[in-house]
Ligand binder design. Sequence first.
Ligand SMILES: C[S@@+](CC[C@H](N)C(=O)[O-])C[C@H]1O[C@@H](n2cnc3c(N)ncnc32)[C@H](O)[C@@H]1O
Length: 216
Amino acid sequence: MSTEKEDFSALLAEMKEYGESRHVPIINANGLEVLVNAVAAKKPGRVLEIGTAIGYSTLYIAANSAEAAEIITLELDEERAAVARSFADRSRCGKNIRILTGDAGKRLLELTGKFDLVFIDAAKGQYPDYFRKIYPLLAEDGVIIADNVLFRGYVRGGVPVPRRFRTLVKRLQEYIRLVTESGEFKTEIHENGDGLAVSQRVKKRDFLEAEQNEET
Ligand SMILES: C[S@@+](CC[C@H](N)C(=O)[O-])C[C@H]1O[C@@H](n2cnc3c(N)ncnc32)[C@H](O)[C@@H]1O
């Protein structure tokens, strides 16, 4: 193992410890394994992440993407984004990572160009909205990965959903329908962890137009 790689592993371990000790939510080990495998298989040249936190998943994504891949990551919390920036700058991938602060629902509307891979890991109640905004930005053979889609086992039914989570669970169910029922995505939901959905776009169909036609 090269010194550079050893330094990178040490940096990731430090970030994990930082997240855990300060109760910053970061992807769990099971989800991380699925995420890393999906990114490594795709080798994307341009990636969008929604929900940076301290940039833990961001660095794993950057390290497993194509050489010099551009990574844009969105974070609401300015303080977390600043911590993510300083961790990213200590890695060899830092220069390829852009962190945009503010509400992802708004920032998504400012983005242009196509993304090969999108990782959704922010406000769970907003996943359908994120999907609709990401859709026009997704490459024809793009992949969308979404964390926590099974949210504590509530999303697939069979477990009573506390009142305070009902809207959130409905939105996650809607997200799952969006990536499974249009026929445009091949979606695998990995149940370990909190549910990680990997959706590979398999054919071109104008999803938004189809959705509008179904409504009329
Ligand atoms: C689960 S954490 C992200 C963890 C990170 N992806 C990782 O695994 O290392 C979710 C993050 O989304 C951010 N977030 C929540 N709502 C958001 C919004 N509306 N716009 C942008 N970021 C948001 C939170 O501040 C939080 O840092």
